[in-house]
Ligand binder design. Structure first.
Ligand SMILES: Cc1ncc(C[n+]2csc(CCOP(=O)(O)OP(=O)(O)O)c2C)c(N)n1
Length: 666
């Protein structure tokens, strides 16, 4: 690790180069000042985080970036955006919520992406963009583009788990990413000395093996540029990641409501004397005439941007629900290690499907814990490492948010990651990557960026695994627009849904019930696909509809047999997709039978059963002969003792206790 002293500066640049850098910084300064005015006058709403005083960082870094290099930005990202080459008028229109904005007004100040100039998005979750930057870097490496990625962050973000998980992954895998840390002294009101137990952020970061860290005067654009160049070149050459800590100062408040009570006016005056514009003017010897001409040019551009933005139309209301559809997947046969028609297990069928997709498309790769020699906790990936190697069967340290976020970034970069959680319960550790990023990226960037990403997770009970290894988390994701959730119950559907999920362009959570792994079924045809959002009639009947999914299908089949023996004809709907939900198939069935029970292993409270009942009531009320009822586990954590697990789980007897009165009393 090497740490430069602040103020270590290179030789003066040519007058033309110095003027260009000055003009770029001034352009950002004037943009932010005008935005501040518009917010103050109530002409622009929402939240804005201005970067006045910090302009030297993005300008110095971007001066060393090619147009095709990528950046991932933060909530304080206007400077990153403009320095990467964005137009001021469209950037301002986005912040002002206009249809001409880069994301048609869907992203606003904190969530802007302009992929055509390599800007892959800014982000309102502190630290949330870091694994995405690493994933984009992995995509550049695996696709051999020769590009590098800059991931911007603040000192506050450097205190998150995301930071450390991401730096570890980037260092382990020598990813072509440079993290640019804008240390402006505060995370909102929290001073650095009270937030970080480190000598410096560069010192912290430099302790990751293979990661080079530098600290530089972030108000000196020449110093930033000189420090960034070699780090970016090193990353592009495949020599590994870096972190550049830029010491700077936010001259304005954190956001519009910040009265800056946590710092003194004297401190602000000291930094004002070190304003990046003053520093460069002095260092490059710019004269007053040159400064005035640069100012006139920046003023003219920003005035035109204000006129353009405020004169632009607001987005059409239809846009509020756009960019959430699930595009169909084109049919294509995949090689299959198991001949179609062969009886096989869920585990073997999943493995053969993954193998087929890995063979079919070089963009597909697997990522997760212990997937290699161990074969994954339930053996699904056994043997694939030997066949495809470590780049495509990518084993990770225990860093769920890091590697799932990285997979999301890799998907944004053109790959097709299939991530695996060892147990579905661990999804709590990567909720940010899933809910705030995977689910929202296509929507908030107005369809400019796709996230073709699959997360497989073993879920459900299994004889004594206990409260943190037996949950059914599917219900948690039903109110996250942008996430697809599937839960196959048969070998045929597992294969068809997994192929569809991997080949599609949207994020899919793929739930696998642990008790189904040994279940048997016939391997379907090599071109068999199951569309997302389509339920299946498992058996036809006239008197009662059981609506179910996953492992609970077996329960329903047994109960239906027993009811048939008593003369009742039962129809079973296997949902397969929980989001989107196939309300039409469920409703058509209940209109035929007039009675319905929704059956699941999870507690029915706030989960799939509630969602189905809510949707059905509006559709089938006039056809109902009896109330729609729900059967599920008791609303408790899953206890460890098998006897207690049995006591709280639904079984055939509890299902019959609910179903029989519906058939006999109504
Ligand atoms: C995970 C998360 N926690 C808290 C916030 C609220 N918040 C927004 S910006 C910010 C400070 C971030 O500090 P830093 O990373 O140093 O960036 P700076 O604002 O100084 O540019 C906070 C607390 C958030 N957006 N995300």
């Amino acid at each position: 690790m090497t740490i430069l002293e602040p103020g270590a500066t290179p030789h003066p640049p040519s007058p033309a180069a110095a003027l260009r850098l000055y003009g770029e910084m001034l352009r950002i300064r004037r943009f932010e000042e005008e935005l501040q005015r518009l917010v103050g006058e109530g002409k622009v709403g929402g939240t804005t985080h201005l970067c006045i005083g910090q302009e030297a960082v993005p300008v110095g870094v971007s001066a060393e970036l090619d147009r095709t290099d990528l950046v991932v930005s933060t909530h304080r990202g206007h400077g990153h955006l403009l320095a990467k080459g964005a137009r001021a008028d469209r950037a301002l229109a986005e912040i002002a919520g206009r249809a001409t904005g880069y994301c048609q007004g869907k992203g606003g100040s904190q969530h802007v992406a302009v992929p055509e100039i390599g800007h892959m998005g800014s982000n309102g979750i502190t630290g949330g963009g870091l694994p995405i930057a690493a994933g984009l870097a992995l995509a550049q490496r695996l696709r051999g583009t020769g590009r590098c990625v800059v991931g911007y962050l603040g000192d506050g973000a450097a205190c998150t788990g995301n930071f450390h998980e991401t730096l570890n992954l980037a260092a382990l895998w020598r990813l072509p990413v440079v993290f640019v840390l804008e240390n402006n002294g505060y995370a909102m009101s929290m001073p650095v000395a009270r937030e970080a137990a480190c000598a410096s952020f560069a010192d912290w970061a430099g302790r990751y093996r293979g990661l080079v860290a530098r600290q530089v005067d972030g108000n000196d654009v020449l110093a930033v540029r000189a420090a960034a160049g070699p780090l970016l070149a090193r990353a592009r050459a495949g020599e590994g990641p870096a972190l550049l800590e830029c010491l700077t100062y936010r001259a304005c408040g954190h956001s519009k409501s910040d009265a800056r009570v946590y710092r003194t006016r004297e401190e602000e005056a000291l930094w004002a004397a070190r304003d990046p514009l003053l520093v460069l003017a002095a260092r490059a010897g710019l004269d007053e005439g040159e400064i005035q001409r640069a100012r006139a040019a920046a003023d003219a551009e920003i005035a035109a941007a204000v006129t353009f933005a405020l004169g632009s139309p607001v987005p059409a209301p239809e846009l509020a629900t756009a960019h959430l559809d699930v595009p169909a997947v084109p049919a294509a046969a995949a090689p299959s290690a198991i001949p179609p028609g062969t009886q096989t297990t869920f585990t073997e069928a999943l493995r053969a499907t993954l193998q087929g997709e890995l063979e079919r498309d070089p963009a597909v790769f697997l990522i997760g814990e212990d997937m290699g020699a161990y074969g994954g906790a339930f053996g699904v990936t056994r043997g694939l490492l030997h066949r495809f190697g470590q780049e495509r069967i990518r084993e990770t340290p225990i860093s769920e948010n890091g590697f799932v976020g990285l997979a999301v970034g890799a998907a944004m970069g053109g790959l097709r990651p299939v991530a695996e959680l060892m147990f579905g319960d661990f999804v709590t550790c990567c909720m940010d990557a899933l809910v705030n990023h995977a689910a929202k990226i296509r929507y908030m960037y107005a369809g400019q960026v796709q996230v073709p990403f699959v997360l497989r997770m073993p879920v459900g009970r299994r004889n004594g695994y206990g409260a943190t290894h037996s949950q059914s988390p599917e219900g948690w994701f039903l109110n996250v627009p942008g996430l697809q959730v599937v839960f196959p119950a048969t070998v045929e559907d597992a294969v068809g849904l997994l192929r569809t999920a991997i080949r599609g362009s949207v994020p899919v959570l793929f739930l696998e019930h642990k008790l189904l792994y040994p279940a048997r079924g016939a391997m379907p045809a090599a071109d068999h696909l199951v569309p997302l959002g389509r339920a299946r009639i498992d058996r036809e009947g006239r008197d009662l509809t059981l609506i179910t999914y996953g492992h609970a299908l077996g329960l329903c089949r047994t109960a239906a047999d027993q009811l048939a023996a008593r003369g009742h004809s039962v129809e079973i709907v296997d949902l397969r997709s929980l989001a989107p939900l196939d309300v039409a198939t469920c409703a058509a069935s209940v209109r035929r039978t007039g009675r319905a029970v929704v059956v699941q292993e999870a507690s029915p409270i706030g989960g799939v059963a509630d969602r189905v009942v809510g949707a059905l009531v509006a559709e089938v009320f006039a056809w109902l002969r009896a109330p729609i009822l729900r059967v599920g586990a008791a609303h408790t954590p899953v206890p460890s003792a098998p006897a207690l697990e049995d006591a709280m789980m639904p079984d055939v007897a509890s299902l019959l206790r609910v179903a029989l009165p519906l058939l006999t009393e109504y």
